[in-house]
Design a protein around this ligand. Structure first.
Ligand code: GDP
Length: 364
């Protein structure tokens, strides 16, 4: 799963990306991350793993990860192929969701490309490039589909959806603001629209504004209003502070966060929200060798979850011995949980839940 970091020049994207890379997962486990300088692989923070590792006396803990992709180079007119515009748009096409960094700090020493700090103007500038690019694609598709639908009535639902999309995009709104039925949700996936991708706004603020989560920062208030109108989320971060935090060791980190009045870092908030935005959950495995979190899409059934570990386990799937993390943690040990009859034996139709601790049984 890959998230793309976008934003105008000088808003703090590289600073944020550097913080993410510093926080990066151990490179040895993810060799590709060191080859691609613009991809940062980060652990998804999960406090449950430490508890489980203690219960099982595990040698190591392996977090699950997500990837952030630094997408630089947006300029006005990108959708018309200006600057590195086309490259920029095709990079966005490859990601599952967008992290849009918006400048919400004043600093006369740092030039704003449009001359002043105005987060809503900035957001609209970028969103419009995505909308223009989608519009062009939808117009082409629509005229083709309309012709084909004359002889093939099966295409009528597609034509209808394309017309709705055309309307909403022409009104300057992103495709994701359109309400869709189940059939339309399936159809729209074929169009790979940029403005349909889920989005999180990151309001980049100065150090003074993080303790109260930007409540006294007017720019942040405006971004919050804008985002909530479209049903999107805002995370308040100081990219510079995050970068400093990531240079500290674990004990220093806790102290520094306390001084700032925070219970967790902005990066942790961003990573956890991104995970949720993508509809992802984790199931957990634990033993003396390792305790580990695995990523699945919400709604995944037990055999396909097993397939994340190894395709052989999916193929030979018999059952999944399952207990929720909370029940196991409360019991104190696997043996105690078993005695209480808390370990369920789930079959191939079981839909995995977030925090399920699982042992798969399978035929080899
Ligand atoms: P990018 O062009 O969006 O990648 O922006 P950069 O990350 O390179 O940041 C542009 C400039 O703004 C750099 O000089 C950063 O040090 C500075 N900067 C980034 N975040 C903050 C912040 O929260 N407050 C202030 N005052 N400066 C920041």
């Amino acid at each position: 799963m890959k998230l793309g970091i976008v934003g105008l020049p000088n808003v703090g994207k590289s600073t944020l990306f550097n913080a993410l890379t510093k926080a990066g997962a151990e490179a040895a486990n993810y060799p590709f991350a060191t080859i691609e300088p613009n991809i940062g692989v980060v652990n998804v923070p999960d406090d449950r793993l430490k508890v489980l590792a203690e219960i099982s006396n595990s040698e190591k803990i392996l977090y699950t990860t997500i990837e952030f992709f630094d997408i630089a180079g947006l300029v006005k007119g990108a959708s018309k192929g200006e600057g590195l515009g086309n490259q920029f748009l095709s990079n966005i096409r490859e990601v599952d969701a967008i992290v849009h960094v918006v400048r919400c700090f004043d600093d006369d020493n740092i030039i704003h490309v449009d001359g002043s700090v105005d987060p809503i103007r900035d957001i609209e500038n970028i969103n419009l490039e995505l909308i223009f690019s989608d519009l062009e694609q939808i117009e082409k598709r629509l005229s083709k589909a309309e012709k084909q639908a004359k002889s093939d009535k099966k295409l009528l639902p597609e034509v209808e959806l394309l017309r709705k999309l055309l309307n909403i995009l022409e009104s300057g709104k992103p495709a994701r603001s359109l309400e869709l039925n189940e059939e339309e949700k399936k159809l729209i996936k074929n169009f790979s629209l940029l403005s349909y991708k889920p989005i999180i706004y990151v309001a980049n603020v100065s150090e003074d504004d993080i303790a109260d989560d930007g409540k006294n920062n007017e720019y942040v208030q405006k971004v919050r209003e804008f985002a909530s109108d479209q049903g999107d989320e805002v995370i308040v971060i100081s990219a510079e502070i995050e970068s400093e935090i990531q240079s500290l060791d674990d004990d220093e980190k806790v102290l520094f966060l306390e001084e700032l009045g925070l219970d967790r870092s902005g990066l942790d908030k961003l990573i956890q929200s991104s995970y949720k935005l993508l509809g992802l959950i984790s199931f957990l495995t634990t033993g003396p060798m390792e305790t580990r979190a695995w990523t699945i899409v919400r709604g995944t059934k037990a055999p396909q979850a097993a397939g994340k570990i190894h395709s052989d386990i999916e193929r030979g799937f018999i059952k999944a011995d399952t207990i929720s993390f909370n029940e196991l943690a409360n019991s104190g040990s696997m043996a105690a949980a078993r005695e209480k009859g808390l370990i369920r034996s789930e079959g191939k139709d079981y839909i995995m839940q977030d925090g399920d601790v699982v042992l798969f049984k399978f035929n080899v």
